[in-house]
Write a protein that binds this ligand. Sequence first.
Ligand SMILES: *[C@@H]1O[C@H](CO)[C@@H](O)[C@H](O)[C@H]1NC(C)=O
Ligand SMILES: *[C@@H]1O[C@H](CO)[C@@H](O)[C@H](O)[C@H]1NC(C)=O
Ligand SMILES: *[C@@H]1O[C@H](CO)[C@@H](O)[C@H](O)[C@H]1NC(C)=O
Ligand SMILES: *[C@@H]1O[C@H](CO)[C@@H](O)[C@H](O)[C@H]1NC(C)=O
Ligand SMILES: *[C@@H]1O[C@H](CO)[C@@H](O)[C@H](O)[C@H]1NC(C)=O
Ligand SMILES: *[C@@H]1O[C@H](CO)[C@@H](O)[C@H](O)[C@H]1NC(C)=O
Ligand SMILES: *[C@@H]1O[C@H](CO)[C@@H](O)[C@H](O)[C@H]1NC(C)=O
Ligand SMILES: *[C@@H]1O[C@H](CO)[C@@H](O)[C@H](O)[C@H]1NC(C)=O
Length: 874
Amino acid sequence: MENATFNMHFELCLPSRKLWSNMQRTVRTFQLLLLLFHRASVIAAAPASFPKSGNGLWYTQPGDVWSREWLPVGNGYLGAMVPGNTVQETTQLNIESLWAGGPFADPTYNGGNKQPSEREATAQSMQEIRAAIFQSPTGDIDNIIEQLGTDAGQYGSYAGAGNLLSTLGLTGTATNYGRWLDLDQGLAQTTWTQNGTDFLRTTFCSNPTRACIEHISTTNSRPLPDLTYAFSIALESGLPAPNITCQSKNTLLVRGFVSTSPPGMAYALLFRAFSTSPSAQFQCIQQPVPSGFPPNATIHLPVTAGAQVHDAWIAWVGDTEYDMNAGDAAHNFTFRGTDPVVKLQQLPSSPLSDYSTLLAQHTSDLKSVLSSFALDLGQTPDLTKSTDVLKAAYTVDGPASTNAYLDWVLFNYGRYMLASSSRGVLPANLQGKWGNGASNAWGSDYHADVNLQMSYWIAEVTGLSQTTPPLFDYIEKTWAPRGAYTALVLYNITRGWVTHDEMNVFGHTGMKATLAEWSDYPEASVWMMLHVWDHFDFTNDVDWWKRQGWPLIKGAASFHLEKLMPDLHFNDSTLVVNPCNSPEQAPITFGCAHSQQVIWQLFNAVEKGFAASGDDDNDFLTEVLTKRAQMDKGLRIGSWGQLQEWKFDQDSPTDTHRHLSHLVGLYPGYAVSNFDPQVQGTGAAKAYSKNQVLDAAKVSLIHRGNGTGPDADAGWEKAWRAAAWAQFGNSSMFYHELSFAMNENFGPNLFSLYNPGDPNPIFQIDANFGIPAAVMNGLLQAPDVASVSTPLIVTLLPALPAQWASGSIRGARVRGGITVDVKWSKGKLTEATFTVDAAQNIRQRPVEVIYASRVLGSFTTSSGLKKVFTVTRS
Ligand SMILES: *[C@@H]1O[C@H](CO)[C@@H](O)[C@H](O)[C@H]1NC(C)=O
Ligand SMILES: *[C@@H]1O[C@H](CO)[C@@H](O)[C@H](O)[C@H]1NC(C)=O
Ligand SMILES: *[C@@H]1O[C@H](CO)[C@@H](O)[C@H](O)[C@H]1NC(C)=O
Ligand SMILES: *[C@@H]1O[C@H](CO)[C@@H](O)[C@H](O)[C@H]1NC(C)=O
Ligand SMILES: *[C@@H]1O[C@H](CO)[C@@H](O)[C@H](O)[C@H]1NC(C)=O
Ligand SMILES: *[C@@H]1O[C@H](CO)[C@@H](O)[C@H](O)[C@H]1NC(C)=O
Ligand SMILES: *[C@@H]1O[C@H](CO)[C@@H](O)[C@H](O)[C@H]1NC(C)=O
Ligand SMILES: *[C@@H]1O[C@H](CO)[C@@H](O)[C@H](O)[C@H]1NC(C)=O
């Protein structure tokens, strides 16, 4: 995505944008005042409890700008952003399904689709468009949206869920200040001293309890001052005032709507305050409000004579009435479920009153998710410089001394963020689960033309398979059901389902009436199916494959089988897509390289997964194999030696477009990286050798520039380029792009920023996930293969940069249920261990291990097999 979509989005939401910037100003003025009020004194070392390994982020001042300085915690269901203030902490809240728009705003919302009555006329238009494209002397036409597009209507946006204010009755100057995010334990913490009291505040969100917790304690046996908890919407743009009521003396219920005009979904938050001290006397007080205003209430913990209270915490849970299971025809696509208050009451009761149990449960849960994998880049943590200072010292192509430690932290941060944002009901959106406005950039939606994919590139390979269920459930429950209707009404296709690039949580499957370059992307479903395939290929989870993976893939493939058609331009007897757009590129044409490559890979997945699916639909398999043989494979070398982005040679050598769409088969796919003329040699590609195809891809990559073209300067485009350079085994270009992204596109809180130069930039999470994926591709590669009998080539340390001279990987995963451990020293591999899962369902497949262009060895997978390769120095 880039500027144009961004502007478009805001044109749709002008009122909220104005409100948003007003609110942002208010937030910042407020924070500035806070800062002036108790100027933090600077400490020269990481806080005492900061992880000794350096696995975290720390600062000597409270956070100011949300997207640059606040720190994220989350459990998938809830997110929270923590500035680390002292007297008054302002924790910004998120509930994963809190979205404006959709059927809540407009009961006639139909996912941006045509009406049933338009089917025949649309089918007619589609035929005319296809003919016009084939007949065009340049193979393209200017406009299809007038006929095929549909107004996005109440597309909506992910929305923030207000702020928790916790206020201490305290004045004076804060000293000994420090705040940090502990990535081992998933804790955002703040320490400081004020009026002789040492404070420690800890915030975390626990997945097992679904609750977030903010805990405050004094650490030098002084009592806590007065403490007040309040819920505020004043800092959130445009959220209407909710009803806030006392449920008991320590319980506050917030019940609101995301919007009132137009109406929006209901949400609820339940806050409960506790202390370990039996003498703590919480009071919930209804505040006086002007008549006609919704009720407001706050929880107080006053200092009372004789009571010695040293700690208190507030735990909150939240939900909305959104229900992904009501996103199909049987539920009339209402997406409406149970009242959120009832949902919260139905949550399994957790020991929220037992802080040490809560904390232990959370840290051990996070550890269980993260610890099957570990990376060491030979980094030396510098605990004398705060993260913002280290970030400022980081340089493009910089030496290990300035870069390696931060490279490592950023890598771990990506895994932490995925574990913290993709273990609820919905997958990580464009901002994970962290969004601070009632309307966020691009709706903080799901862009499935690289962004959503990139967010999950690390999932399988770094042992985070358990973050994928929300992704696949989301596709199954919000894309496929209405996508079948889109197939019918837009494409006149009665089989399978389809969706287009930009997706909300309300099944927006239609083609948006923006420019075709944004919306004409029915291959969104195809590319995502490659993730579905990968999940099976990495885990061999046959039960899951039968239940969810295969039906999804079959549905998406069925649609595209119907959509492929004979090329009536070149008349070369191949099947092509028409119309197509290479993601976010202007030409509306046929046979786009990207589309052909991903569909070919999808058809391979069908063949590879058919036997395990238990499906006996042999006609389907035969049709897939027949059309796969006939289809154009999307590989064509053009007039300036480039890999063509379109079947019609119209690439410009000066096109530095942010996307590398036609190189999808280089990375993350394999149509290019594992090109095989025996298998893919159709049409022009018949005559190519693997090296010729790779060289053409390299020419394209070089001409695409370094990911800072006039169209955008985002981090994700650099992360993709870094991974692509790693695929070529070019460590200097790999590290150049990686360090360029890091240098250019990340804030002091290491959030990936879309427009880093802006004082209040947009957070866009994809590069936070894309950088770790690129790091992995520099260290370990095992791209997919067209058939399970083709050897899986595992390349060790293909693009190891000098900056990471010594290090190790423990627990990386590759296809076939294989775990890989790698060690290297002084730039050279020393040992690699391959362990095949001890499990049923392990498929026998040949594996070849490559290091420094030579074959270290090969084996065939079988349950529990272990292979160790040691390399002695010559
Ligand atoms: C289903 O939703 C449509 C609007 O999309 C509405 O017109 C219709 O009345 C609804 N049907 C039922 C049974 O609720
Ligand atoms: C749409 O599909 C129906 C049946 O599937 C077919 O009869 C009709 O001719 C198609 N319309 C066009 C314009 O292709
Ligand atoms: C400072 O601490 C003292 C001793 O605990 C207490 O009496 C006093 O109220 C505190 N002052 C402020 C401003 O918090
Ligand atoms: C409720 O009252 C508290 C304390 O005055 C205030 O900070 C908060 O913003 C109020 N909440 C709402 C939603 O108005
Ligand atoms: C708040 O309370 C009023 C009065 O009881 C009610 O009309 C309104 O629907 C409530 N709002 C929410 C979000 O529950
Ligand atoms: C392909 O065939 C169509 C008619 O089926 C014809 O109009 C067109 O000129 C042909 N193109 C080429 C390149 O031969
Ligand atoms: C990126 O490319 C632009 C345009 O060629 C060039 O001006 C700039 O120096 C490059 N920056 C880096 C860090 O490679
Ligand atoms: C890496 O790519 C750059 C840019 O194309 C090239 O100049 C350099 O020679 C390459 N290095 C290697 C080792 O291939």
